[in-house]
Design a protein around this ligand. Structure first.
Ligand SMILES: NC(=O)c1ccc[n+]([C@@H]2O[C@H](COP(=O)([O-])OP(=O)(O)OC[C@H]3O[C@@H](n4cnc5c(N)ncnc54)[C@H](O)[C@@H]3O)[C@@H](O)[C@H]2O)c1
Length: 267
């Protein structure tokens, strides 16, 4: 099949929803074989319902569990012959209790899912990529890892800052093996994660499952919330040869939120 990722094998975590689902669909459209990894089995079934059966495999995986992560990489090697692209997309959103009130296990869970998970996937994937002669890794960070996020307890942004820092370090260590490692820092993207958030923009404590404000203009320069497809096209750029001289980069895809100085009401 022709396409920017023809002949490539990708692992996409968090593929059962939102940005991971959009990335999976676009990678397959561009010719890749994709192993989807997510705790959300029903989501993966839905995402793959209309995809060609020979273009994907699904593995139920909690990214915080080393053996389950290893099983995803083993599946990619067994079924498709290796791994060229790793998309670390799975993540959990911010918690909004004041810092002194947040349960400790919620803080450690932020770091387990958002930092340790991608770390484990890199641990299992890098040797396979080296054997194959190179690869590309995309870690989804967040604008909240680039500036303070008034209104939440800080663990989410810190976990994403740690992941984006890890991105630069791994890029430095594995450029000689032809492995490129980059991060996307999304702004507010219209997915279940963002929709389920409390309204950090106003600092109120209501869940906002059907938040009409997601559809309203905001104060980021482009004046709107982003779509998962707009993260997928950035991920395709980083996964493909179009970005062949880019590694260790943190790329905001945020409607200009970071450029405009950040702040709580940017998305
Ligand atoms: N939506 C936003 O506004 C926004 C902004 C910045 C960054 N992000 C980041 O983008 C990434 C994708 O999120 P999304 O917006 O598509 O949200 P989403 O909730 O639609 O998708 C996240 C997916 O990750 C999966 N997941 C969660 N914990 C997991 C675990 N332990 N193991 C395996 N899978 C797990 C979920 O099941 C879900 O399918 C996340 O890392 C998130 O932190 C989102």
């Amino acid at each position: 099949m022709a396409g920017k990722l023809a002949g490539k094998v990708a692992i996409v975590t968090g593929a059962g929803s939102g940005q991971g689902a959009a990335i999976t669909a676009l990678f397959i459209e561009e010719g890749a074989k994709v192993v989807l990894a997510d705790v959300n089995e029903a989501g993966m079934t839905e995402v793959t319902a209309h995809l060609p059966a020979d273009s994907f495999r699904t593995v139920v995986c909690d990214v915080t569990q080393d053996d389950q992560v290893g099983a995803v990489v083993t599946t990619a090697v067994r079924e498709f012959g290796g791994v060229d692209i790793l998309g670390n997309i799975a993540g959990i959103g911010a918690d909004f209790e004041p810092l002194p009130e947040v349960p400790l296990d919620r803080v450690t869970r932020q770091f387990d899912v958002n930092f340790l998970g991608p770390w484990l996937f890199m641990r299992h994937t890098i040797p396979v990529m080296i054997e194959r002669g190179g690869g590309t890794i995309i870690n989804i960070g967040s604008v909240f890892g680039l500036f303070g996020n008034r209104g939440n307890n800080g663990a989410y942004g810190a976990s994403k800052a740690a992941l984006m820092h890890l991105t630069t370090t791994v890029a430095g260590n594995y450029g000689g093996d032809n492995i490129r490692v980059n991060s996307i820092a999304p702004g507010r993207i219209d997915t279940p994660l963002a929709r389920g958030r409390m309204d950090f923009a106003r600092g109120d404590q209501e869940r906002a499952a059907d938040d009409p404000r997601l559809k309203r203009p905001s104060n980021n320069p482009l004046g709107r919330v982003g779509q998962p497809s707009e993260i997928a096209t950035a991920a395709l750029f980083l996964a493909s040869e179009d970005s062949s001289y880019i590694t260790g980069a943190i790329i905001p895809v945020d409607g200009g939120w970071v450029a405009a100085g950040g702040g709580p009401a940017g998305g």
